[in-house]
Write a protein that binds this ligand. Structure first.
Ligand SMILES: *[C@@H]1O[C@H](CO)[C@@H](O)[C@H](O)[C@H]1NC(C)=O
Ligand SMILES: *[C@@H]1O[C@H](CO)[C@@H](O)[C@H](O)[C@H]1NC(C)=O
Ligand SMILES: *[C@@H]1O[C@H](CO)[C@@H](O)[C@H](O)[C@H]1NC(C)=O
Ligand SMILES: *[C@@H]1O[C@H](CO)[C@@H](O)[C@H](O)[C@H]1NC(C)=O
Length: 435
């Protein structure tokens, strides 16, 4: 994969974000207070450990977070997405005992996955150092904020990785919210949420019991997250995998084409799914930009690029993902589809950056996980999506998940890079205040 060019660097990003008068003034007034608070703020509330979820006791939190840590972003323009996986004996921040919110089908250790080598790798970017995830720093930067993950089940996968890593420091409480899952960290008044919206726009995913094709309305953002958009400070859009299945596409209520619908006896033009995916993302990003006009708070938008799956065979023909080690660089070529989806996603974020320049108030970044995820065929649950799949010997047909990621596991890295983006934004905010 080619290295990312200077158009991704922080300089152009801050130019894109010429601060409003408000952004200039507020930090000048608030910075000294913020600095003071960062030193004095209580690190964790022992009280919250008594909540009804009965978390297991965890090891004590790391040493106090200092504002100087923010300046440790070695190189704010670092390309975190080119690098290699290297052995690291440190191991994960959590496990299925210390974190109770892991979805059963991703709780590989508890489901009896016998090998643990996959837990001892660290992503090592070529240009700089990627620090280990610091829950304390993340929560400090999320103070009084609402961070949302919107998308498919991989959005939830990444969200749950984050929730587990943060839970190692501070226990969140579930918050009832119709149509999405919210968790609140009382210690920092930080809220994390996840919205199921696999197309970002309005649509119904095909299902075993329901329709056998997706129906997707490319001209309407999914109302479930759209209605809550104004209250979000940071949103991670995480989607893609649901586009590659038979679908019918609508605009203004009329069919504009389909994907593979002839096998369902429908006579619409097959337009593939790259154009619909591009339209759905563009619609969503435009909607975020439009809704910020006249709003005072800023929103950060991160688009997570396509996460490749690793079925040795076809996913619907009992394919498995049996590799126990990461690929070496160059060992695995990216597929045409993965590469094309990633390209569409990056292009649309670039377009949105240009558009946002007119309005201000929105920052965009790409969380380009495609290459680093491609190199981790060992990171999926495989047969261990179910508890002890081989307890009665090897069945004739074993269901395998080679799409989602074991928790803990390789997906934790996505959140390490996410945190570096947050640090970079914070640092830029401080630089503005020094202008
Ligand atoms: C989970 O982590 C805790 C604390 O580090 C440790 O005591 C425990 O043995 C671990 N459990 C498993 C199943 O690895
Ligand atoms: C807590 O955070 C929310 C945003 O998620 C904010 O609206 C609210 O004012 C904050 N509460 C306090 C007491 O700062
Ligand atoms: C479309 O259908 C054909 C035949 O059923 C199949 O080979 C192909 O993989 C399908 N394409 C997609 C994108 O689903
Ligand atoms: C499909 O639609 C086209 C154009 O509307 C038409 O010419 C063709 O006969 C139709 N095919 C079938 C099998 O209905």
């Amino acid at each position: 994969m080619k290295s990312r060019t200077s158009k991704y660097d922080s300089i152009s990003l801050s130019k894109t974000f010429l601060p409003h008068a408000l952004h200039l003034l507020l930090p000048i007034v608030l910075l000294p207070i913020v600095l003071l608070c960062l030193y004095l703020y209580p690190l964790y509330h022992t009280k919250s450990q008594t909540n009804e979820l009965h978390y297991a006791t965890v090891s004590p939190p790391p040493p106090p977070y200092s504002v100087n840590d923010i300046h440790k972003v070695d190189d704010p323009s670092c390309d975190y997405f080119n690098g290699k996986w290297i052995h690291d004996k440190t191991g994960p921040l959590y496990n299925g005992t210390t974190c109770v919110t892991i979805k059963e089908s991703q709780n590989c250790i508890t489901n009896g996955r016998p090998d643990s080598n996959y837990l001892y790798y660290r992503w090592n970017p070529t240009q700089c150092n990627l620090p280990r995830f610091e829950p304390n720093t993340f929560l400090q930067l999320s103070k009084n904020k609402h961070i949302s993950f919107v998308g498919d089940s991989l959005a939830r996968n990444q969200f749950e990785s984050l929730l587990c890593m943060l839970s190692s420091l501070s226990k969140p409480k579930p918050v009832h919210h119709k149509g999405s899952h919210w968790w609140h960290f009382e210690s920092h008044n930080a809220t994390l949420s996840v919205y199921w919206s696999p197309f970002l726009v309005q649509g119904d995913a095909r299902s075993k019991l329901g329709p056998s094709l997706n129906t997707i309305h490319l001209d309407r953002v999914n109302g479930k997250w759209e209605k809550d958009m104004d209250g979000m400070d940071l949103v991670v859009l995480s989607f893609g995998n649901w586009f590659n299945v038979p679908s019918i596409y609508y605009e203004k209520g009329l069919v504009i084409g389909c994907l593979n619908c002839s096998s369902y006896g429908l006579n619409y033009t097959d337009i593939g799914f790259y154009v619909p995916l591009r339209k759905a993302l563009r619609k969503s990003l435009n909607r975020i930009i439009e809704r910020r006009v006249g709003k005072r708070n800023e929103i950060g938008v991160i688009v997570r690029t396509f996460s490749p799956s690793h079925f040795d065979g076809d996913w619907d023909k009992s394919g498995t993902c049996s590799k126990k080690e990461p690929y070496e660089n160059g060992e695995k070529e990216i597929g045409e589809m993965e590469s094309e989806i990633r390209r569409v996603e990056i292009e649309e974020v670039e377009n949105a950056k240009v558009k946002a320049r007119e309005f201000g108030g929105v920052r965009f970044e790409v969380l380009d996980v495609t290459q680093l995820a491609l190199l981790r065929p060992d990171g999926h649950p495989g047969a261990y999506m179910n508890p002890f799949p081989f307890k009665n010997g090897v069945p004739e047909r074993v269901q395998n998940d080679c799409v989602h990621w074991c928790l803990p596991g390789a997906i934790d890295t996505w959140n390490e890079i996410f945190l570096e983006m947050m640090k970079k934004w914070e640092l830029e905010g401080q630089q503005w205040s020094e202008l």
